[in-house]
Design a protein around this ligand. Structure first.
Ligand code: ATP
Length: 394
């Protein structure tokens, strides 16, 4: 578990992290989102003791990072894939990490196999592509078989197969009851991976809620209707007290409507429908809606949220988001995460360790959104050396 209490970091006049209080719980993948410069990396650095908080506190399983002996056995992190000694081979890089935390040498081979880098283990990392560097960073995070894993933009530079692999890896680690905290700008990927979301903007907490609640609260749902009898449908809808918004493509958007009721309305008036589909915003749309006021670095051209566009915050249908006074942010949306699956959920699947990533040795990847690696009877790596008393400081 990771706990932040009033965590604040100032660099001169700049407040990078502003009184952040939240808890990252085990058993779920928690996504950490925010626009560029929101303070995600600074928060993660403070967690690992790489930056000192100006005020507030951050703890890992109740301890400060500096209090952990052999910290790789508690928390594994990938912050910057390029932050490695380029002259070292992948194997030696991991061996150095392992030896500094009294992790057995055989574990290096295991994590290299897990991330699919065995074939290049003896190559210097300075020749690695971005994706290979990411894999090496992930291997380092997994090295100590920690209960807490933290990844800053882990899919950066990974090919589609690699993205699929890391998604399943993270879900599998969470399903084992571990704490998985991951930042990403790839909203489509986050939507597939994270169960819970922490969203920050300009260093402040904007939301701490489940994925579904986040999308529901920060977007508007509607039903799309397409009919060749547009005028008759308009009349029938108006008579029923519905608001019909005509789209440029000729379809109607009916906010707050129930698709079944609309179908029955059309049937009563003997109207032909070519489409009747409930629409829900994507995570990306909900994210842009919530963080619109917090974006510091805009590209040229129109802003990130279409003014008066179809997506409006929940509770204000048909109205653009009201501007906030300077220096203020929306009150955070805070909802407790789902119960720890390790306690109340289905049995925890075996460790993914020792399984090469999909594509290695011609293996097929597991189906999307399924726990990834379920080799029956596969021993969980780490149990041996942990039980033999080598794990210190717990
Ligand atoms: N060492 C530093 N000195 C001064 N300012 C810093 C330092 N590190 C970060 N900042 C500033 O703090 C703010 C937060 O930066 P941070 O890198 O944590 O954001 P981020 O959410 O990780 O952004 P991105 O998504 O672009 O990686 C930014 O305005 C950044 O310029």
């Amino acid at each position: 578990m990771i706990e932040l209490q009033g965590l604040t970091k100032r660099y001169g006049d700049k407040t990078a992290v502003d009184h952040l209080t939240f808890t990252v719980r085990p058993g779920v993948v928690t996504g950490f989102l925010g626009p560029n410069g929101a303070g995600k990396s600074t928060t993660m650095r403070m967690l690992l003791g790489l930056d000192t908080p100006t005020s507030g506190d951050v703890r890992i399983d109740g301890k400060h990072y500096a209090q952990l002996s052999e910290p790789l056995k508690y928390i594994g992190a990938l912050l910057d894939a390029k932050a490695i000694h380029g002259g070292r081979t992948a194997y030696n890089h991991l061996l150095c990490l392992a030896q500094s935390n009294r992790i057995p040498r055989r574990r290096v081979d295991e994590v290299l196999e897990t991330v699919g880098l065995t074939a290049v283990a003896k190559k210097r990392s300075k020749g690695f592509s971005l994706g290979m560097g990411q894999r090496l960073g992930i291997a380092g995070a997994l090295l100590g078989d920690p209960e807490i894993l933290m990844f800053d933009e882990p899919v950066n530079g990974l090919d589609p197969e690699g993205i699929h692999w890391i998604r399943n890896l993270m879900k599998g680690l969470a399903a084992q009851g571990r704490t998985v905290f991951v930042s990403s700008h790839l909203m489509s990927e986050m939507a597939l991976t994270a169960d819970h979301l922490i969203v920050i903007g300009r260093g402040r907490l904007l939301a701490d809620t489940s994925m579904s609640e986040f999308i529901e609260r920060n977007s508007r749902s509607y039903v799309r209707v397409r009919t060749p009898q547009r005028e008759q449908f308009k009349d029938a809808g108006s008579a029923a007290g519905l608001t019909l918004v005509e789209s440029a493509d000729g379809s109607f958007e009916v906010p707050g409507a129930d698709a079944a009721a609309l179908g029955e309305l059309a049937a009563r008036h003997q109207l032909v429908l070519h489409e009747l589909s409930p629409q829900r915003a994507s995570l990306e749309e909900a994210f842009m809606q919530l963080t619109a006021e917090s974006v510091e670095y805009h590209a040229g051209g129109p802003g990130p949220v279409p003014a008066g566009g179809p997506w409006q915050p929940a509770g204000a249908p048909g109205q653009p988001a009201p501007p906030l006074p300077p220096g203020q942010v929306q009150p955070p949306v805070v909802q407790p995460p789902q119960p720890y699956q390790g306690q109340q959920g289905p049995p925890v699947p075996p460790s993914p360790y020792q399984q090469p990533y999909p594509g290695q040795q011609g293996q097929q990847g597991p189906p999307q959104q399924q726990p990834p690696y379920q080799p029956p009877g596969q021993p969980q790596w780490g149990a041996g050396w942990r039980d033999s008393g080598k794990r210190k400081g717990r």
